[in-house]
Design a protein around this ligand. Sequence first.
Ligand code: DGL
Length: 268
Amino acid sequence: MSDNAHRPIGVFDSGVGGLTVANAIRQLLPNEKLIYFGDTAHLPYGDKSKETIMGYSARITQYLLEQNCKVIVIACNTASANAYETILAEAGDKAMVVDVINPVVEFVTKEAGYKRIGVIGTKGTINSGTYVGKIIARNPHVTVASLATPMLVPMIEEGFIFDDISNAIIRSYLSKPELSQIQALILGCTHYPIIKNQISKFFNFEVDVIDSSRIVATHLRDLLVSKGQLNPDPSPVHKFFVSDFTEYFQVISKLFFEENISLEKVTL
Ligand code: DGL
């Protein structure tokens, strides 16, 4: 085991959505100490330019490196799609980097072997073409239908889940003809695991709905095992930072992390 094993894992997102990934990590890797950063002062990332997302991501990466993190987990599809190389360059040899797109692309093309895949996400994720480009690069025989679904993040954050309004919005997006023949749908936004069951139901459970949070946690575990960096210390104390604090962030964080947590404000 390497000395690095005792260092924390940094996880970041534009807000509290990435807590779905943090939750999957803590369930699979209960000894790992998490430092979460939600950039609530700048959300949503989904409507921002690539340059802006790169700038925010670089600054957050520096902060997580200052906290001595051994891995930076980019728990945001929009940042993974637009700033992965920036974050890799910033981390250098100080920390490993795990994004939420590459492990999912590997899963759908290698392990699952789908031929017709759909992906939904923010405008920033879908318009970047990252999912389509990476899937086709691995298997040119796969068809990928991608659709920006920008109403889903505010819908989830406002608590419209498993009701008539969310059913109508989900139906309106997912009944688009380009998604009619898919075998699997990638949830290309870390907010969407919250409505995974509702989406599965829309497809009468005939389409595999891919929740990246579990795939990313499994990828992270395999990486830590291969580097001898699994943390042996039990009972970790996690920390949760946000760049802007409101009571509302505090309340909805429970929806994503499935446990009461206390958010602390930090100015970068
Ligand atoms: N959670 C972010 C993602 O995965 C979406 C929220 C946002 O637009 O900031 O893309």
